[in-house]
Design a protein around this ligand. Structure first.
Ligand code: MSP
Length: 660
């Protein structure tokens, strides 16, 4: 049996998870669940990328140590992956000892191959990518092709990796293994990049402190990408005494090693990583699969642009399965897709509430009304069996190729056929005319078995929903295995429970209220509520816990968790179409923040520029009228109307000073 090893990228801990991160993880989870379901030996890895300059800076800006920042974001990831039923076998953090040991072992092999040397390094550097770019990759203003922000000229003494030596061997590998990079367009892109020749790569930094010390090169830390990419083998025990998993899932000619990534990080995975592995004499991944971006307003969703969709509200209202379904159904793997609230709601009502939910409810109701459970007699319906065989082979082929939307389409077609079968056989009439006849039993068995098999095929996509369907059919709510894909597994004569709808229809206004965490009258909400408005799907509003009057005091530690700092307003403008909201760029000393506040009724935006205000700096981001706010400006609320009056500090207090 060929082992199947799938990985997600490891996520930076300077950002909270959003739909983009969730997508890669859900896709990998679905692929792994499929391979597990068909009886293969699988392993699924995800984790966090915790070293480097960006994390160092983000932590400093929040007055935290990098590891404390990482710990808090990792807790968020664990929480979220649990909600999404992500079935990873391991979660690697690059700050773990086992990772460091593995990185050192890999570097020592690269060193032995003679592929490292020290030299002065100069070039155009994008801090957000933590990568250098060549002149020809940048525009006239030297802006990063991914972030659109200006790159800076950097010059330092570094350790270099002889990447140039690997262009030819890599191209040869690409030629021999057409499946090495997918989709095909991405493979061609990487091949033409390498045909232009590769420059040696700087793999250490002397200016960054937060990282793994470079073995044998005092004063240098390992370049964050060399550090991060190695996670795929360190998590398997590479370089440690117990490397059984490494031998089973990586150093195994039979095994498949698949990296699922976003197209933004393709070069790192399809060129640098295999070059490191070639140098170290280790096997390469079988396939690097790059997916497209989730876009919002034509742009990649990203924290730096501030147009991200955070999942909390959607999950609380509709369940993680609905979001998993939407992400997998709406995006053609490999291409970009737009996230829109209308599309989400449309799919929820049409596909989930109507097609899936109603088919399940209809069949379940027929079973209960006719037999109080599953029918007493099994049957091999030719009609349903041939529909199943077509759907099943399409589903398998699509799953093997990560064409999730096609796999779902196949299941949906099958559901329509089951519905058609029920409508044509009119079991309600048969019951009236013949009572609990063999004919009735056989019709309903075929329909119910079809529903069960649809639920098995849906299991990799929506595990919670599948289990619920099994329970509705009188089965235990357990994860299905390979045998469950065979016809005839539905037992006869088993009682079935009463069950509610799988996905109750959502109406539009309830949708926007629940996902934004506030009513449509958000404009009237007090300014200190970090709420959203309009069509944005945002992080939920943090609610304060109710406390009894005598118990409302807090300890100093609790107060100290609120990070208050001074900030100087650099720019201010009204948020379009809003009466109360002002968007400000605020200087917090070590960083600039975009903050939105409901103060336009009292302050003209121009009068705000230059003011020294007090900011809650460690508030979770919230989206207000489509604009992300990263912090809150403090103000007193005056009079009945609660008019805001900004808290200000003397002009000579530098931005970023802690208020306590
Ligand atoms: N830490 C690196 C990866 C190192 S892997 C050895 C990194 N981290 S990240 O947190 O910035 O992003 C990780 C991945 O999240 C992206 O490659 C991509 O898979 C996913 N996405 C982030 N934003 C996205 C969208 N807007 N759309 C789809 N996926 C995107 O890069």
């Amino acid at each position: 049996m060929k082992p199947f090893y799938a990985t997600t990228p490891i996520y930076y801990v300077n950002d909270l998870p959003h739909i983009g991160h969730i997508y890669t993880t859900v896709v990998t989870d679905t692929a792994t669940r499929y391979h597990r379901l068909i009886g293969e030996k699988t392993r699924f890895l995800t984790g966090t990328d915790e070293h480097g300059q960006n994390i160092e800076k983000a932590a400093a800006a929040q007055g935290m140590t990098p590891i404390a920042l990482a710990d808090s974001v990792v807790a968020r990831y664990h929480d979220l992956w649990k909600k999404f039923e992500i079935s990873n076998d391991d979660f690697i953090r690059t700050t773990e000892k086992r990772h460091r040991t593995g990185v050192e072992a890999l570097i020592s092999r690269i060193e032995k191959a003679g592929d490292l040397y020290t030299a002065r390094h100069e070039g155009w550097y994008c801090g957000s990518c933590e990568a250098f770019y060549t002149e020809k990759e940048l525009d006239e203003e030297k802006r990063c092709p991914v972030h659109g922000t200006p790159c800076v000229w950097e010059s330092e003494e570094n350790v270099f990796f002889r990447l140039s030596k690997y262009a030819a061997p890599l191209l040869e590998h690409y030629e021999k293994h057409p499946e090495f990079v997918r989709p095909e367009a991405r493979r061609s892109e990487m091949m033409s990049f390498m045909r232009g020749g590769l420059s040696d790569l700087s793999v250490s930094r002397s200016k960054v402190k937060w990282g793994i010390p470079f073995p044998g090169r005092p004063g240098q830390v390992v370049y964050v990408w060399l550090d991060a990419l190695t996670n795929y083998v360190t998590a398997l025990g590479f370089g440690s005494e117990d490397d059984r998993l490494y031998r089973e899932f990586w150093d195994n000619p039979e095994g498949r090693r698949v990296h699922l990534i976003g197209k933004d990080i393709l070069r790192f995975h399809a060129v640098y990583w295999p070059a490191f592995l070639l140098s170290a004499g280790l096997p390469l991944p079988t396939t690097v699969w790059a997916h497209g971006w989730w876009l919002r307003d034509e742009k990649k969703m990203s924290k730096s642009i501030g147009n991200v969709v955070r999942p909390d509200g959607l999950v609380a209202e509709f369940g993680a399965d609905a979001l998993r379904y939407f992400l997998l159904r709406e995006m053609t793997f490999g291409q970009d897709a737009h996230f829109s609230d209308e599309a989400f709601l449309g799919r929820f009502n049409a596909d989930l509430a109507n097609d899936l939910g109603n088919t399940v409810s209809r069949v379940a109701a027929l079973l209960r009304q006719s037999f109080g459970g599953t029918p007493p007699e099994a049957c091999d319906s030719n009609e349903i069996l041939s529909a199943l065989s077509a759907a099943g082979s399409e589903w398998r082929a699509a799953m093997e190729n990560l064409a999730f939307n096609r796999a779902l389409e196949a299941v949906w077609r099958f559901l329509t056929q089951i519905n058609g079968y029920v409508v044509a056989r009119e079991p309600w009439k048969v019951r009236k005319e013949e009572g609990r006849s063999t004919r009735l039993s056989r019709i309903l068995y075929a329909a119910a078995e079809g529903v069960r098999l649809s639920a098995v095929m849906l299991f990799p996509f929506m595990p919670v929903t599948s289990r619920k369907i099994f329970v509705t059919l009188g089965l235990p709510g357990e994860d299905p295995g390979p045998g469950d894909l065979d016809w005839g597994r539905l037992p006869t004569g088993t009682p079935t429970p009463e069950s509610g709808p799988l996905f109750p229809r959502a109406d539009k206004s309830a949708y926007f209220e629940s996902t934004t965490g506030f009513s449509a009258k958000a404009e009237d909400a007090p300014m200190d509520k970090q709420t959203g408005s309009g069509k944005d799907v945002t992080a939920p509003v943090e609610t304060t816990q109710a406390v009894s009057p005598s118990d409302s005091r807090i300890g100093i530690e609790e107060f100290q968790r609120v990070r208050l700092v001074t900030g100087r307003v650099l720019t201010a403008e009204r948020v379009p179409k809003s009466k109360r909201l002002v968007r400000m760029e605020v200087d917090l000393g070590a960083e600039r923040r975009q903050i939105v506040a409901g103060i336009a009724a009292r302050y003209e935006p121009e009068t705000l520029v230059g003011r020294n205000v007090v900011i809650v700096a460690n508030l979770k981001p919230a989206t207000l009228m489509g604009v992300e706010s990263n912090g809150m400006v403090l103000a007193a609320t005056v009079g009945e109307a609660g008019e805001p009056s900004l808290l200000e500090v003397a002009a000579d207090v530098p931005p970023g000073s802690r208020v306590k």
